[in-house]
Design a protein around this ligand. Sequence first.
Ligand SMILES: [Zn+2]
Length: 488
Amino acid sequence: MNLYDLAREHALIASSAEVLGWDQETFLPEAAATHRANQLAWLTAKAHELSTSDAWKRALSGAEASDDRSNPAYSANLRELRRRFHRATKLPVELVSREAHVSSLAKHAWAAAREASDFTVFAPHLEKLVAIAREKADRWGYPDEPFDALLETYERGATTRSVAGLFDTLRPKLREIADCAVDHSSRRSARLPAGPYPIEQQQKLNEAVARSLGFDFTAGRIDTTAHPFCTTLGPRDVRLTTRYDENDFTSSLFGVMHEAGHGLYEQGLPDADFGLPSGEAVSLGIHESQSRLWENHIGRSDAFWWKWFPIACDHFPQLRSIRFEDFLEVIRRSEKSLIRVEADEATYDLHILLRFDLERGLIRGDLKVNDLPAAWNERFHALFGMTPVDNRHGCLQDIHWSMGGIGYFATYTLGNLNAAQLFEAAKRQPAVTNGIGNGDYAPLLAWLRKNVHALGGTLDPTELIRHATGTTPNADAYLAHLNTRYCG
Ligand SMILES: [Zn+2]
């Protein structure tokens, strides 16, 4: 079999696992959980076996030997498949299964530790996860420091040095922006009119909005889960989920806009390249740029609500009692909070910078696991001017580290930076700007299709941003956006 056939077979197995995983999160009856876990473990093992097999290795080497570099997308696919093969085969089976075992115990320990707000319950597990992460980094190799290899898992081509450089630029400016946004909000008393906002009406509005952004419901759907997500089950099959709060319709709406942003990216990938890097999203930082662009740059803008506020009033008559200007204040309210997932646009990235510094310290060995709660609280105070009441509201709040996801957090802020930079570039097209002003998002989507979605994974994230915007990734557009919106 040639490499492309093998890669497609791998994608068929992996996408079958996605179907089972989606069903597990949405509709799976409780008693079916064990069998489902067995099915998923079996498919995951099959996919891994195939992608590290001798047949795969021979096909990859054969394809590389015959690559005449006349087709850049083909060469890019080979480069990326080689990178993945390297990463998959550098880890011995013993290490992979040890990690699976340690992280499954760690997840349970984390949940118990969080419940009891007792870090000592989680600490020995985190100790092991950090050691495994370092071991993996050593086996993969890295340019400067082990953390590079972990970042690479989520954001290919990113280095700790470049990300830390961006974050150092951001830190003092984000603190200023957060201060003025929070100060502004504290002097406003606008509140969303009291509920209920019936779920059925929310669903209607969410669907109308997602459709207007360009989400194709013949190739996707929206369901309900405790934790919203977007997953792709195959070409032309993108599933979004959200959750509903009967007292606040904006929570599910912005959730849907966020997930629809991810979904639009997936629906815009070239179908014919299914199973190849050129048919896949490039990285989490680019994926997150698509969700944040639609959620924040479109969804929290004045222009969006010029069109959608009257429609929302038709769905929820009580909205007629709030002034339009006050409604805009409500959806842009900013306050300093202890919990990342509850943070607003103006304060969110400070939560990420904190985590990035700490996990980098853990991997370098500068920070000992036992010192994490104190380091968290000290840094949190320096950034936010307040101290978490307990570890549950501090270093135990996120699931990521318990799953071994060290290096993941940075992609959220990279997504924000990328979103602003891409949006600024798109708006240089008069058709895009005019469309947004009229509630017509087709020109913006067409720009994203051409400059981001259609490229799949043929360029590294940094190259993609340079290609689409004309400049290397930087914080200028994002800071300008936040300043205009929150400190104008
Ligand atoms: Zn997202």
